[in-house]
Design a binder for this molecule. Sequence first.
Ligand code: F6P
Length: 560
Amino acid sequence: MELNEPQPLLDQLDEFQQLASHYQDIKNLTMREQFQADAGRFNKYTLTAADITLDYSKNRITDETLTHLFALAKKRKLSTSIQAMFRGDLINSSENRPALHTALRNFSDDPVIVDGEDVMPEVRSTLIRMKEFCWKIRNQHWRGFNNKPFTDVVSIGIGGSFLGPKLASQALKPYWGKKINCHYLANIDGSNLTEVLQGLSPDTTLFIIQSKSFGTQETLKNATECRQWFLDNGGQEKDLPRHFTAVTANVEKAKAFGVAEENIFPMWDWVGGRYSLWSAIGLPLMLTIGHENFRQLLLGAYEMDCHFKTVPFEQNMPVIMGMLGVWYNNFFNAQSHAVLPYDHYLRGLPAHIQQLDMESNGKSVSACGQYLNYQAGPIIWGGVGSNGQHAYHQLLHQGTQFAPCDFILPLMTHNPVDHFHELLVSNCLSQSQALMQGKTEQEALQELANSEMSEQDKRILATQKTIPGNRPSNTLFFDKSTPKVVGALIALYEHKVFVQGQIWGVNSFDQWGVELGKKLGDKVNAALTAKTENTQALEENFDNSTTGLIRAFRSMKNKL
Ligand code: F6P
């Protein structure tokens, strides 16, 4: 495939125009009618991959819709792009890199070539190093100073070096055993640092500095503070190598920071931060759940990879989810997408998918430099159910915004308590049903038939009780949130995001937008911390709003 090959913008494609006219044909069709007319709709629009079943029957689609969507995917050469990603082509064209997170969970014997070399031996040897390291810590062969076994690990990292491992450690808490507690320190916020370190003892705490670049301000500052805390509380310089490890692609910087070379685990340019859970960035996770469970996580992701790579679009879960998102985004003008896990352990999923999706496809220029004249990545949001039902689901049911959702549901719980799980499941199923069927004004009026209100008041109330329905959702369900399922689930979303990036023509693997804020941050910090106000620098560098805010901070600080 030619990289940067100019592609027509989406709306110039016949396939896109056909979808636009198909949208006009079906926009008034209701799912309620469709379910009434077709007793086999659930079976028709349900499929299973890597132990996860997707029910996509509650979507505003017909067979014809899917035919048009797959035609668009073919026109965008999606199959070619999928093969190119797995093969290691330089699909991250603005950084001239492949995007090879799939190599990190490649259980096949196939080589993966980067710059003429197979990366698989290094991937495997890193996994072995991780396994040995975790074994030593978990079995108390590698101990802290005072010869005490480690009880706590603090993972210091932000963004992709934080959200994926945090999600997976939360999701897999039932697999932690009692050996090691895991804490995440991400934000540059003294409160976060204080909360994490409170109650920890330096002689039983291991720190992992997680930064692909080893240049991220928040991570380095937190790491410096943790080292100081360690030294101030009984640790000595000579003990640092026992207590501080790093995962990075920038070994020199990690060494310069003071991490012993033998305690540095590698990362590679060809793994994006938000796709790095599968690399040594997963070390805190492996420390808590053990090597075999980590391996299962990789295996689940690998099964989803094989599915994505080989199965025709018509039965391909990431392709179907991705194309449904395109359908709503570009034809129904949906601006957001909700991720709603009905599982306490999966409560970190929306935040991880948010970074994965929004940092990947939150772009308005194509990979070959054209300004997009259509919507690309949506806003991803959500939270755990049923909590959300008592908060933002009101908007999902009756709001002027149209937000498709994914319900995510384990059929079994790790913690059976009375009938809790049945109640949780029934909340989940009834939400997707309510979104789909809604309540007509006629039904609302009937409910008020016996009330003593005036006819006019009944009508007014009935309009407010009317629920439009016809609001689409997917339901992803599986037996239990096991390591394998969690791996497959995360990989599913990674591939969904890839599919959409290909259709919209954006590079899903760079993130230039975050750079500007980082650069400006240095200047703001200089202005906040200067001994005396430098009025000229303020005028030159900032607008008067930012200047006003800087002055407010300085004047508060001066009062202290
Ligand atoms: O600011 C965004 C980002 O660049 C993410 O893409 C990345 O995951 C995060 O910062 C952390 O970067 P690093 O792992 O290099 O510290």
